[in-house]
Design a protein around this ligand. Structure first.
Ligand SMILES: Nc1ncnc2c1ncn2[C@@H]1O[C@H](COP(=O)(O)OP(=O)(O)OP(=O)(O)O)[C@@H](O)[C@H]1O
Ligand SMILES: [Mg+2]
Length: 450
């Protein structure tokens, strides 16, 4: 609980606010203290000047008070008037030792500020010279108890504390609300991740279409879950298809073998036919296992391709020749169009495998009397081998599907041909693209680096 983001976020938020508030308060208290001290000194100064002038006037008018004053003050003595509230001149003022005041500074005309301690109380005081003509005979010290200054600071601290407390409560609530808004979708996302980890892909995700980072994460997570579900479905289908494809020839082989063993087939020509079927089905099994293995290796990127010089014209001719007989038999207008004669470094057998695959599909889907063209060309540093036919073409929805393993429109083939061809093309550094218009035939193009 304490380690969770739901707790840590608002806690961090509050801590930051507390620290910022504390620093701001300390700084403002310090400023306030120096401001009140400066103001108090100003006040004391003007008060002391006033009192000194008052004495000077009295001294000018009446000789007695002046003399009394001179007598009372006597020589280099310092007197002070503690001021509690405003200026109060107390009678019988106690004296302060002369050493407290820097008389030299006063003589030079500088009023002095002093921090005084008297009867266990501290005072802020200002000393003002008492002069008679040119004769400096003492100093008048006007003081203010420090506690008075402090009480102002205390009031400020109380108010600041109050404002601070209020601010912290508001910020705390805001922090709690904001962090909930941030962590709630994260919590939902993490619950969704738990479900996906447990194999439950149909999860509900928080606002995957918003514009913030969490929505983006949520959206990508939804895509990921969908891809995982699809890939699980694909691998399940793959396994089922492989077992199905393996079982069909095996069933045929077993049937013929047991018939032969039980002597059910007596006729030698029938026995020959049975053996022929067994041979063909075994070959089909071998091809199928080889294809599945190829696909698995291609998928795991553990497929090794040779690097040899390949004359693409000769290779195209070989592929073309393989279907010459079938074309003649089915009256298909079958052409080879060589527009360039590139020699490239690649794996010749694999390229041939891809072209033969494309041609075999074209022959499977092109009706009698149709047209099939194998064209070789080279441009912009890439070699292209195109197989075009006048079959039924491939519609929009099938465009991706036909490249998936075991997807076959009529179930006549294993559906591995194009899947392997595309992976092979990629392994050779090229690509296999489809350009087909439904009803007007298909055109598969193998592009290889030149
Ligand atoms: N030239 C084409 N014209 C129309 N449809 C095609 C053509 N080539 C491929 N297809 C479609 O793509 C599907 C997949 O082709 P692919 O070569 O992968 O498998 P297949 O031919 O059915 O089986 P395999 O090649 O493994 O014997 C085919 O079943 C077919 O529906
Ligand atoms: Mg095929």
């Amino acid at each position: 609980m304490l380690g969770s983001l739901r707790f840590r976020l608002p806690a961090l938020f509050l801590l930051g606010i507390l620290l910022a508030g504390l620093v701001a308060s300390l700084i403002s208290i310090r400023f306030f203290q120096s401001y009140t001290r400066a103001r108090a000194i100003d006040e004391l100064r003007s008060e002391s000047v006033g009192i000194v002038q008052l004495y000077a006037q009295q001294a000018g008018r009446e000789s007695v008070p002046y003399l009394r004053l001179v007598h009372a003050l006597g020589g280099d003595r310092v007197f002070w008037v503690p001021v509690a509230r405003g200026v109060t001149l107390l009678q019988g003022i106690p004296d302060v030792p002369a050493s407290t005041v820097d008389m030299k500074a006063l003589r030079n005309g500088r009023p002095e500020t002093i921090d005084l301690d008297w009867k266990g109380k501290s005072y802020l005081a200002v000393a003002q010279p008492l002069e008679l003509g040119d004769n400096l005979f003492g100093a008048l010290v006007v003081a203010k108890p420090m506690s008075q200054l402090r009480s102002r600071s205390v009031t400020l601290v109380e108010r600041l504390g109050l404002a601070f407390g209020g601010g912290v409560i508001v910020a705390g609530l805001l922090g709690f609300y904001l962090s909930r808004r941030i962590t709630e979708p994260l919590r939902k996302l993490s619950l969704a991740a738990d479900e996906v980890a447990a194999g439950q892909y149909g999860v509900e995700l928080p606002n995957p279409r918003g514009s913030d980072e969490i929505s983006h994460l949520s959206g990508r997570f939804a895509d990921m879950a969908a891809k995982l579900a699809e890939s699980e479905q694909l691998s399940r289908n793959f396994l089922m298809s492989v077992s199905h494809e393996l079982r069909t020839p095996l069933t045929a082989i077993r049937g013929h073998v047991s018939a032969l063993r039980e002597g059910v087939i007596g006729d030698p020509s029938m026995r020959e036919a049975s053996l022929g079927v067994i041979g063909e089905e075994a070959l089909r099994l071998e091809r199928l296992v080889g294809d599945v293995l190829d696909l698995a290796k291609l998928d795991a990127k553990r497929f090794t391709v040779l690097q040899e010089e390949v004359d693409m014209e000769r290779l195209s001719e070989r592929a073309y020749a393989a279907f010459g007989e079938e074309a003649r038999r089915r009256k298909i207008d079958y052409r080879l169009d060589v527009r360039a004669k590139p020699v490239i470094v690649t794996d010749g057998d694999r390229v041939l495998q891809i072209i033969v695959n494309l041609l075999s599909n074209a022959f499977r889907w092109t009706p009698e009397g149709g047209r099939i063209e194998l064209a070789l060309s080279a441009e912009n540093g890439s070699v292209s081998v195109a197989v075009a036919d006048t079959g039924p073409g491939i519609n929009e929805e099938e465009r991706d599907r036909i490249f998936r393993p075991f997807w076959s429109r009529d179930g006549g083939g294993t559906g591995l041909g194009l899947a392997i061809a595309r992976e092979l093309a990629v392994a050779l550094g090229g690509q296999l693209v489809l350009d087909s218009k439904p009803g007007r035939g298909s055109r598969f193009v193998l592009l290889l680096p030149g």
